[in-house]
Design a protein around this ligand. Structure first.
Ligand SMILES: [Zn+2]
Length: 211
């Protein structure tokens, strides 16, 4: 487990390289999109640690996720053309509470630190979900693919860093890996349920994206 600071630093470096490459090859030229690309890559670089239940990292990561879900809910509510202020306020607020309390609770309950959130299929899920959301938000195929690749790259940087610093926890304390948890760059964990759930989501997303 590399420390939180290192994850953000490496994520930001990967993000900066990605932005430079995209700009150089004119894949993305819109300055706002380049900023979003940078942010999305950096956030993805600490996304796997959503499975750490306590303290600043969980709150920061799940807080970011909650803000994102609230924003998406607001976008769809505005897009659907509801004029009633109660709907405009109520739907994003409901999405926020649902994400923070319900999804947060489920996450805490079902994830194990360095379980399947730290795996190659989880990285693919993050990338595919980004691809689907970006397309849904009206981005073209190139921009959607670039954003998905950015999330994948940020996520992968986290897994690689965890693999290199496998003995240190998020807060710098010593992490005692059990055999059951395996490595960060894995395809399966020892939990059959977690494997099944992960690959089921991956299959659904792959079908939605390319089916
Ligand atoms: Zn991690």
């Amino acid at each position: 487990m590399a420390m939180f600071r290192e994850h953000i630093a490496i994520g930001a470096i990967v993000a900066a390289v990605g932005v430079a490459v995209c700009y150089f090859y004119a894949l993305v030229t819109d300055p706002l999109l380049l900023v979003i690309l940078f942010l999305v890559t950096t956030v993805a670089s600490f996304l796997p640690d959503l499975d750490s239940d306590s303290g600043l990292p969980f709150h920061l990561i799940f807080g970011t996720f909650t803000v994102f879900c609230t924003g998406v809910a607001l976008y769809y509510t505005l897009d659907a053309g509801y004029g009633d202020w109660r709907v405009l306020l109520g739907v994003p607020l409901a999405a926020m509470l649902f994400t923070w309390i319900v999804l947060g609770g489920i996450f805490k309950h079902f994830t194990r630190h360095r379980g399947m959130m730290h795996s190659i299929p989880a990285m693919l899920i993050a990338g595919l979900a980004t691809l689907i959301i970006a397309r849904d938000l009206g981005q073209g195929e190139i921009v959607s693919t670039v954003l998905a690749a950015a999330v994948g790259a940020g996520y992968l940087s986290h897994l690689v860093l965890d693999e290199l610093y496998s003995g240190i926890n998020l807060d710098g304390s010593i992490f005692h890996p059990t055999r059951a948890l395996g490595t960060a760059l894995k395809f399966f964990s020892s939990s059959k349920g977690a494997n099944l759930f992960t690959y089921a989501i991956l299959t659904v997303l792959a079908y939605t994206a390319f089916g």
